[in-house]
Design a binder for this molecule. Structure first.
Ligand SMILES: *Cc1c(COP(=O)(O)O)cnc(C)c1O
Length: 341
């Protein structure tokens, strides 16, 4: 297979349409078989549920070329399971996780020429999503839906080296108690845009959201979960049912425990104890883990000992081990890598 002629190392994180996408439609109470399509556009009713009442959810994952030249994807069953939960909470029809994984495999296979080569630092980002296509004018779930999966090549996340991030404690809330913070709903992102634009305008890279009810507990950022490292090398992550269950974070905890022999804790993390941690990172599919150097709470600065130049030692080891697993350099736990070809 001939790879596309792309300057992989200089790709950004943006949308580049690829050859094929998977499309399935839900109508009369059932999903059709679905098929690959060359059409990158969607034509739907002006009154579609997604356009009127934002009935949509999505997933995000990647395909990698391993050191020995295989194309793999990482724990797609967990994305399928999470999308099932998103659909249930949004009164959308579930796209069964086995069929979800099948659609992911078909999409990656059909775009194999777009999977960046090993060592380029780039990856193929996969975006599965579902939205209501049926018309609704009264507020209710639509009758018709589309499930789609497209792929787009994305560049190395840390181009030109790692730069630890500066966060601000947001005055806005990301997720309400008993709301939709635990699912990957488009609406969570729509309402976070004002908060992130505000943070950027004030010179910050990201927001740290606290729990909406008490504003005392650490939740997450707009699109990544927190990992902290204590001064005695324990890995701590906030536990709350309004946090999106990141697959990267769950995988990093396993890596910490089983590969690095570190103690891990998933528990309530109060904002008051953040100043005592040695390292802080943000985890998600896009960056794996990004170091946080500083958190600013209304003018009061918390500076982590790992500083503003480099990743801390534990976060570096976590990152190297997980990317090693994804790229086939480190043996993966059973079931983590799905080999496409
Ligand atoms: C997608 C997402 C994450 C990261 O999840 P991964 O499965 O690791 O990619 C974290 N927080 C939010 C709010 C998200 O939407």
């Amino acid at each position: 297979m001939e790879k596309k002629n792309i300057d992989w190392a200089n790709l950004g994180f943006g949308y580049v349409p690829t050859d094929k996408r998977f499309v399935a439609n839900y109508k009369d109470g059932k999903w059709d078989e679905g098929a690959l399509s060359s059409d990158a556009t969607v034509a739907i009713s002006e009154c579609a549920g997604v356009l009127q009442y934002s009935q949509s959810c999505f997933e995000g994952m990647k395909a990698y070329t391993t050191e020995d030249g295989h194309i793999v994807t990482f724990r797609p069953d967990l994305n399928g399971e999470r999308m099932e939960n998103s659909c249930k909470r949004l009164e959308m029809p579930v796209f069964p996780k086995e069929k979800f994984v099948d659609a992911i495999v078909k999409t990656i296979e059909a775009n194999a020429a777009w999977v960046p080569p090993y060592g380029s630092g780039a990856t193929l980002y996969i975006r599965p999503f579902m939205f209501a296509t049926g018309p609704v004018i009264g507020v209710k779930p639509a009758d018709e839906y589309q499930f789609r999966v497209f792929a787009t090549p994305v560049g190395p996340y840390f181009k030109g080296g790692v730069k630890p991030l500066t966060l601000c404690v947001s005055d806005f809330d990301r997720a309400a108690p008993h709301g939709t913070g635990h699912i990957k709903a488009g609406l969570n992102y729509a309402m976070s845009l004002h908060a992130i634009v505000t943070a950027h305008a004030e010179g910050f890279d990201e927001n740290m959201y606290l729990d909406a009810a008490t504003r005392t507990k650490v939740e997450e950022t707009g699109g990544a979960n927190f990992l902290f490292v204590t001064k005695d090398n324990k890995v701590v992550t906030p536990k709350s049912n309004t946090i999106l269950p990141s697959i990267t974070r769950r995988s990093l905890l396993t890596v910490a425990k089983d590969y690095l022999g570190l103690e891990v804790e998933e528990r309530t993390v109060y904002f008051d104890e953040v100043k005592d941690f040695a390292e802080c990172g943000l985890c998600g599919t896009a960056a794996v883990i990004s170091p946080v150097g500083k958190i600013v709470d209304h003018g009061k600065e918390i500076c982590f000992p790992s500083g503003m130049k480099d990743m801390g030692p534990v976060i570096t080891k976590l990152r190297d081990t997980l990317t090693g697993i994804q790229m086939g350099r480190v043996e993966a736990p059973k079931g983590w890598l799905k080999v496409i070809k």
